[in-house]
Design a protein around this ligand. Structure first.
Ligand code: ADP
Ligand code: MG
Length: 356
């Protein structure tokens, strides 16, 4: 589904020039890129806070902007819900009043219903509290609730979890997932975290210096050499989604399709789905399954892509989900890796980190 079509050019008095065009695919799209690349500027153009010199923006079947036609939908008519990193809630109003502040029900076919928003975001026990007495994660949930109650056609989020620590980030992320599943609301979010992007986004747009660097599915784009040129560090972070897990004898097992993954001890088997994180350098590739190793996990897969960097090669393997493995150029030659080859991914249980 293509809900947003965006093509804008603008130059700030500072000299910074932005020239960006993209179409989204799927429900959730992430804007990713270094600081100063123009991500917030793109959101400002969609919400109408900034009018670009040239541009066309279409949301669903409606035009928000078309400078050729001298058309610009005023901010107050754009049905856009915005959530920022530091949420500006009214400090002297309760959560209840904050939530109802921007509520729009009139003339809207299917408005977001107050009680349902409160349920999905678990805000019931917070309604009589004041923003200053809320934790960072709670404030973001209220902000998200408030944005939803304006019954937007698109949700724009600018590093919504940027100010939260890792644990809280994951909690808020789980709420975001719920929101997207419940209302199927098209969402565009700016993020710095690869795990966040892989977990939530169907589509990824990488920006740099006011331009689009690459566009595509997160699993692929995060490992492309153009994206890696600036992430530069560990390479693509692997994130496996586990829907089914159980304990057998003394081992915790998660399922990746029909394959089993030995997991570190789980705190709670009922919390599903959950995610398992590991780095490309945690994986060993083998072209035949080897017996007699202490490594517990042997996941079979097919090589999808080889990204050759100066000192290493990243190999994208489909094991039912995407796993990136890092090998040396010598190993790639010796193993004769190519696209379509069947391989086994060896993965130590200890290198897996569980994310709830
Ligand atoms: P990001 O969100 O990716 O960090 P921004 O969109 O905030 O990047 O900014 C991109 C560039 O545009 C920066 O160089 C910034 O200084 C410039 N910029 C943003 N807003 C304005 C403005 N209102 N006036 C002048 N320059 C701006
Ligand atoms: Mg920004």
């Amino acid at each position: 589904m293509n809900f947003l079509s965006f093509q804008c050019q603008h130059q700030f008095s500072s000299g910074f020039e932005i020239d960006v065009a993209f179409k989204t695919e799927g429900l959730v799209t992430s804007l990713f890129g270094p600081s100063g690349s123009g991500k917030s500027t793109v959101l400002a153009m969609i919400s109408g806070l900034l009018s670009p010199t040239f541009g066309k923006i279409r949301l669903g079947s409606k035009w928000l902007l078309d400078t050729d036609q001298r058309f610009c939908e005023p901010v107050e008519n754009r049905r856009v819900g915005v959530v920022f990193q530091d949420q500006l809630l009214f400090p002297h109003m309760t959560v209840n009043v904050n939530l109802r502040f921007g509520q729009k029900n009139e003339n809207i076919k299917k408005p977001f219903e107050f009680n349902r928003v409160v349920d999905v975001l678990e805000l019931g026990s917070l309604l009589d509290r004041y923003p200053n007495n809320l934790s960072g994660g709670e404030r973001q949930r209220v902000a998200l609730g408030r944005a939803l109650l304006s019954s937007p056609e698109i949700l724009l989020m600018d590093e919504p979890m940027g100010a939260l620590d890792d644990n809280l980030k994951l909690r808020v992320l789980a709420y975001l997932e719920r929101v997207v599943n419940e209302w199927k609301i098209p969402t565009l979010f700016v993020s710095h975290g690869q795990a966040e992007v892989r977990r939530l986004a169907d589509w990824l747009i990488v920006m740099k210096k006011g331009k689009v660097l690459s566009v595509g599915e997160p699993d692929q784009v995060l490992g492309s050499s153009t994206s890696l040129a600036w992430t530069n560090s560990v390479g693509p972070v692997n994130l496996l989604r586990i829907e089914t897990a159980y304990k057998r004898d003394d081992c915790w097992i998660g399922k990746i399709g029909v394959q089993e993954l030995n997991l570190p001890p789980l705190k709670d088997l009922n919390l599903k789905p959950f995610y398992v994180r590991c780095l490309p350098s945690d994986l060993t590739l083998s072209v035949q399954d080897v017996q007699g190793l202490s490594t517990r996990n042997h996941l079979n897969g097919i090589v999808q892509e080889l990204v050759e960097l100066s000192d290493r090669v990243l190999v994208r393997v489909d094991v039912g989900q995407t796993l990136w493995a890092e090998v040396t150029p010598q190993a790639m030659r010796e193993l004769k890796l190519y696209r379509g080859l069947s391989v086994t991914c060896l993965l130590k249980t200890r290198s897996l980190k569980i994310l709830w």
